[in-house]
Ligand binder design. Structure first.
Ligand code: GDP
Ligand code: MG
Length: 354
């Protein structure tokens, strides 16, 4: 799963990226030109810590999310093309970094700090590009209908209706993520990667001690979160012990970063299930609503192919009972088939045969 960190130049994208990845990318080098840095981040999960303490495995592995720091968007009416568009299209969702901090030594590209304006500017840029893509698709469909002899006419008509609906929606300044689609329609869209269809986390980048501005962003599959970007980057670069001391001194109980990571995970419609044992305690990622056989396939394709049954126990039962043997003894370990819908926090043990 991949999230693209976007935003205007000098909004704090690279600062956030460094905080998330504990990285050291140079700040403000691109001058707004296209540039991408990618890093993989553990999804913090207290349940994994707890399971690891319980099983004392050789390895403890957290779920992962990839973040890409994507410079090059400018907001407004520029036409996104080439490598930048290609990068954006590949993302599963976006984190839009909105500058809230004032700093005279860091000029804002629009001359002043105004979070509401910047949110609109970035949305407008994504909307416009989706609109261009939709119009192009409609032109191709009209040609296909005229020419005939290819795909079934009814299919072409259905697609035209769908893309016309998109067009109307975009023209009234609404992102495509607000539209509910059937599974069939969703399939038609595969390979398009419409930008406004992707989940969006608006990240308000605050100065140290600054209160978050009140921002309304009432769109589906979207959320707003505030973070002191620079402070978090500084903390991320300390050793674990020093970070602890620092946080106590500044009365920070939870890192904003951790909230950003969990929020982005939720926004992507993902959940975790766990495998446990002496060798390894591990969190795995599946979409919410995934079946047991789908979850097995995340671990290994052989487990999906040769799936027999999954032994499963909810995290809370396992922890309160103290172990797999105890869970089995109390009848809390269930045997589930391929169709079982995996719940967040399930411990799974897949029995398979290949
Ligand atoms: N005062 C302050 N400066 C920040 C903050 N976040 C970023 N900056 C500064 O803003 C400039 C641009 O940051 P950068 O992360 O490179 O922005 P990008 O262009 O969006 O990648 C740098 O000089 C940062 O030090 C913040 O929270 N407070
Ligand atoms: Mg940057």
């Amino acid at each position: 799963m991949k999230l693209g960190i976007i935003g205007l130049p000098q909004s704090g994208k690279t600062t956030l990226f460094n905080a998330l990845t504990r990285g050291n990318q140079p700040i403000a080098t691109s001058g707004g030109r296209f540039e991408v840095h990618t890093g993989v981040v553990d999804v913090p999960d207290g349940r994994v810590d707890r399971l690891s303490a319980m099983f004392k495995p050789r390895k403890t592995i957290y779920a992962k999310v990839t973040y890409a720091d994507i410079a090059g968007l400018e907001g407004g009416s520029s036409n996104i093309s080439g490598a930048l568009l290609n990068q954006l299209t590949q993302m599963d969702g976006f984190v839009n970094v909105i500058r809230c901090f004032e700093d005279e030594s860091v000029p804002h590209p629009s001359g002043s700090v105004n979070p509401g304006r910047d949110i609109t500017a970035m949305d407008a840029e994504l909307l416009l590009n989706d609109l261009i893509a939709v119009e192009r698709k409609l032109e191709r469909l009209a040609e296909e209908r005229k020419k005939g002899g290819g795909r079934d006419k009814a299919i072409i008509e259905r697609e035209i209706v769908l893309f016309e609906r998109f067009k109307t929606h975009l023209e009234s300044d609404h992102p495509l993520r607000e539209i509910e689609l059937s599974a069939e329609e969703e399939k038609t869209l595969a390979g398009f990667g419409f930008l406004t269809r992707k989940p969006m986390l608006i990240l308000l980048n605050l100065a140290e001690g600054q209160a978050a501005p009140a921002i309304q962003y009432p769109h589906a599959r979207s959320a707003v979160v505030a973070l002191q970007g620079k402070l978090e980057m500084d903390i991320a670069q300390l050793s674990a012990d020093d970070a602890q001391l620092f946080m106590e001194e500044y009365h920070i109980s939870e890192l904003g970063l951790n909230r950003v990571i969990s929020l982005s995970y939720d926004l992507l419609g993902l959940q975790s299930f766990f495998t446990v044992g002496e060798d390894e305690v591990r969190a795995w990622t599946v979409r919410r609503g995934a079946s047991a056989v789908e979850a097995a396939g995340v671990i290994h394709t052989d487990l999906a192919k040769g799936f027999i049954r999954a032994e499963t126990v909810p995290y809370h039962d396992l922890v309160s009972l103290g172990g797999m043997a105890e869970a089995r003894g109390k009848g809390k370990l269930r045997l589930e088939g391929k169709e079982y819908i995996v719940k967040d926090g399930d411990i799974l043990h897949v029995r398979f045969n290949v």
